[in-house]
Design a protein around this ligand. Structure first.
Ligand code: 5GP
Length: 147
């Protein structure tokens, strides 16, 4: 996806608008979501021009991944949350509204008002094997391109 340098998180990275920062490294920034699902909701973003997770180089994705356990522990301790949702919305149809890749760390409390609309389908006949094969083939093709 084309990266728009005027997106709100790019402005936060450039210091053009403020953010309530909780952690900063040379390659990533974590800050409070301005409209939290529950208070203490943190966003983690790479310091790179990547609109979606698919656009992010592996090493930066690995760096963000390395920060997540520490951030999860801190959010859980600071908020007293019973649980967390770690979410990446990838593309508008999946709910992405800011087109700079970001991880949500959302504190959750037993009985809170958040309803996770996550319906489940089932596979018919050999659909599951066909889907497995298509995804595995796409990975093989990508590996061939990468090497
Ligand atoms: P998305 O729907 O793209 O996965 O999530 C975007 C998130 O960014 C939303 O949860 C929204 O509340 C948050 N957000 C939007 N604008 C700002 C802002 O200016 N500052 C901060 N800290 N968060 C923002």
């Amino acid at each position: 996806m084309t990266y728009d340098p005027q997106n709100i998180f790019a402005k936060i990275l450039r210091g053009e608008i403020p953010a309530a920062k909780v952690l900063e490294t040379n390659h990533a920034l974590a800050f409070l979501d301005i409209g939290p699902v529950n208070k203490g909701h943190v966003l983690v973003i790479p310091k790179a021009e990547a609109a979606t997770l698919s656009d992010l180089p592996d090493d930066l994705a690995a760096h963000i991944g390395s920060l997540l356990p520490r951030l999860c522990r801190a959010v859980k301790t600071a908020t007293g949350a019973d649980a967390l949702n770690i979410v990446v919305n990838h593309g508008e149809a999946a709910g992405q509204t800011v087109h700079h890749v970001h991880w949500h760390i959302i504190p959750r409390f037993s009985g809170d008002a958040v309803h996770w609309p996550w319906p489940h389908q089932s596979y018919a006949h050999d659909e599951m094997e066909q889907m497995r094969s298509r995804i595995a083939q796409s990975l093989d093709n990508a590996n061939a391109t990468d090497s």
